[in-house]
Design a protein around this ligand. Structure first.
Ligand SMILES: Cc1ncc(COP(=O)(O)O)c(C=O)c1O
Length: 385
């Protein structure tokens, strides 16, 4: 039987396969060398020094650029390095508009750059058209979006905001970490640059910390490459090798993890101890219709608020079974995390409250285990409440 794969699943599996001129290796070899010989004076080969270029890192950047439909980009040492790299494209005192419920590390980075006087940042509810209109009237240089957002899974209409951002001359940068190009391609919707924590779905095995910034145009891609070499934020060859290996199974992983997430969201949404489930795959979720339009699936992450106090929450996560109580997401194994005390502890209480991140909120990154086993583990947790 022939299985017809969608083009980007094929692109993941075949990326950089069998292009080794030395030995015909099917899988691209690992190049650890930090430096490369010149044939003579002024005769540099493709690479000169590993900070600026490396075959594994370049192969990974080219692969993700193809998957995202971009002109090119840079693989960085972490997702935060990718976001910080993009900020180098801004002039002095530029205004950045960011979602008030973004990843805690992004919130901390933008606030800290503001405290240094490098830029100005305004955190707004990007799902509120009035707040967006007001912010755009102040001539921002960059509109940063995270869709779905971490951890409340709020969606932003990327095409509409991209159009509005362009109209005021702002760059739009989209963090696509939560979905990966297997489920969403923001450049096709009008974003100028896509960033990822490749630590998550792209690598997919919780054994690399990395990032990438991909630009829609050659001009932006070249600027990003220049700044990455200048500041030295580029990723390591072995990490790039592992991430490309992880990408080969991206679609297969995403398909199963998402199917499991849908079942878990349905289970949670009818449970009497659950106050609310945040998942754009549920029909009554405010992001459901938009997800249908701009995503090719709801993804494998969800959050839910429990009807309990801090002591109950402690009991709930004391015996998580196959769910590991840990930060991060997008790996093959299921993780559960408490944003207030874990991923979003870098935000102060007031900022968390404003963003709607309550103390009773838990986030699940749904893994590849059998969904029956996942739901059994959740039932054991509920029994401890
Ligand atoms: C949405 C999002 N963006 C960026 C990052 C930062 O990535 P990294 O931890 O690889 O620096 C994270 C980390 O959790 C994230 O969830």
């Amino acid at each position: 039987m022939t299985i017809k794969l969608p083009p980007s699943a094929t692109a993941c599996v075949t990326a950089q396969i069998a292009n080794d001129p030395a030995y015909g290796a099917v899988i691209p070899p690992l190049y650890l060398s930090s430096t490369y010989t010149f044939k003579g004076l002024d005769q540099m080969g493709t690479f000169d020094y590993g900070r600026g270029g490396n075959p594994n890192r370049n192969a990974l950047a080219q692969t993700i650029a193809t998957l995202e439909g971009g002109a090119g980009g840079v693989v960085t040492s972490s997702g935060m390095a990718a976001i910080d790299l993009v900020l180098n494209l801004l002039g002095p005192n530029a205004l950045v508009i960011a979602p008030h419920d973004c990843y805690g590390g992004t919130h901390r980075l933008l606030n800290s750059r503001q405290h240094q006087g490098r830029l100005r940042v305004r955190f707004i509810d990007q799902s509120d058209p009035h707040a967006v209109k007001q912010a755009l009237a102040d001539a921002p240089a960059l509109v940063f979006i995270e869709s779905p957002s971490n951890p409340l899974m709020r969606l932003v209409d990327i095409a509409a905001l991209g159009k509005a951002a362009k109209a005021v001359g702002a760059l739009m940068v989209c963090d696509n970490t939560f979905l990966s190009p297997a489920r969403q391609t923001p450049l096709a919707l009008g974003a100028d640059i896509v960033v990822h924590s490749t630590t998550k779905f792209l690598n997919g095995h919780s054994d690399v910390v990395g990032g990438v910034a991909i630009a829609a145009t050659d001009a932006h891609a070249e600027q990003l490459q220049w700044w990455a070499n200048c500041t030295g934020v580029t990723g390591a060859p072995f990490d790039s090798y592992l991430t490309l290996r992880g990408i080969r199974t991206l679609h297969a992983r995403m398909d199963v993890q998402e199917a499991n997430a849908i079942k878990i969201a349905q289970f949670l949404s009818t449970h009497p101890s659950v106050d609310h489930v945040y998942y754009p795959g549920l029909k009554d979720d405010p992001g459901y219709a938009l997800a249908k339009r701009q995503q090719s699936g709801p993804g494998a992450l969800l959050s839910f608020a429990l009807k309990t106090d801090r002591a109950g929450l402690g009991r709930f996560v004391a015996n998580t079974g196959l769910f590991q109580l840990a930060e991060s997401l997008g790996g093959t194994e299921s993780l559960i995390c408490h944003p207030t005390s874990m991923t979003h502890r870098a935000m102060d209480d007031a900022a968390r409250q404003k963003a709607g991140i309550s103390d009773s909120l838990l986030r699940i990154s749904v893994g590849l285990e059998r969904s029956e086993d996942q739901i059994r583990a959740l039932k054991t947790m509920f029994a401890s409440l």
